[in-house]
Design a protein around this ligand. Structure first.
Ligand code: MLT
Length: 249
């Protein structure tokens, strides 16, 4: 088993993912939002790569069962139902709803990984459960650190490092690429206080400036949502039981 960490999804072409098992991380805040929404009963999340496409597919949905959600520059997009703060995704607002999600980096990274055999969604909120699940798959793993505006960011890479660390504790003979080793080193340096790391990273500072202090608290919480979301057929849904959906299944 081998683990690679992509320090930005922009370093590779979409076809790079063909047949791979890919884990997407955007801890501030898209993948944390996805976990919160599914925990609170969202029917499915439909990640999209552009606002235009989000608008276009929302036109075909009927009866208030679909919500248009996401952010631009951390703020809710005009005409959308919800922004990209996990705390907005309450059971009352989203239970039973389909959520079309556009975010600057996270939803795009998920869409980019679409040719993978499996695409799985991770954040600090499901870290241990994710490590256990990935080990059981017994395949090589690509972890995407979604980054900020196409470039490296600390918080996603540290989450990747924390995931690699947990996996190597369960199984000692995993081969790590240089980037996976680098994520481990960064996690050793900054991972002892995740909340403080998030408050001091570039995107965390922007969120604080815009009043999203509580989001940092939520997104830095480890293992509070032990669920496994899979992106398959254009939709993100929770894994039911321990079956492992894939394109080949
Ligand atoms: C993103 O995808 O870039 C983020 O989730 C941005 C954010 O809402 O903080």
């Amino acid at each position: 088993m081998k683990i690679n960490v992509l320090l930005s999804p922009n370093n590779v072409d979409d076809l790079y993912f063909t047949g791979k098992t890919t884990v997407v991380i955007d801890v501030l805040r898209a993948t944390s939002v996805i976990l919160k929404a599914l925990e609170n009963g969202a029917k499915e999340i439909i990640p999209v790569g552009s606002i235009d496409f989000a608008m276009k597919i929302s036109v075909n949905s009927h009866g208030g069962h679909t919500l248009l959600c996401g952010e631009r520059n951390t703020k809710i997009i005009e005409g959308f139902d919800l922004g990209n703060s996990p705390l907005e995704y309450t059971e009352e607002k989203i239970s039973g709803k389909s959520i079309i999600l556009f975010t600057t980096n996270g939803s795009k990274a998920i869409v980019k990984a679409k040719y993978s055999d499996k695409v799985i969604i991770a954040s600090f909120n499901n870290l241990s459960k994710m490590a256990e699940h990935l080990i059981k798959l017994e395949t090589d793993i690509e972890i995407i650190s979604s980054g900020t505006n196409g470039i490296f960011c600390l918080e996603d890479t540290i989450c990747a490092g924390a995931l690699v660390k947990k996996m190597t504790k369960i199984k000692s003979d995993i081969e790590l690429t240089d980037a996976a080793n680098a994520s481990l080193v960064l996690n050793e340096k900054y991972g002892s206080n995740i909340k403080m790391m998030m408050q001091n990273c570039q995107h965390g500072k922007l969120l604080l400036e815009n009043g999203f202090d509580d989001d940092i608290e939520f997104c830095s919480t480890i293992d509070n949502i032990p669920l496994i979301p899979y992106f398959i057929g254009g939709e993100i849904k929770l894994l039911v039981e321990e079956s492992t959906p894939s394109k080949e299944a």
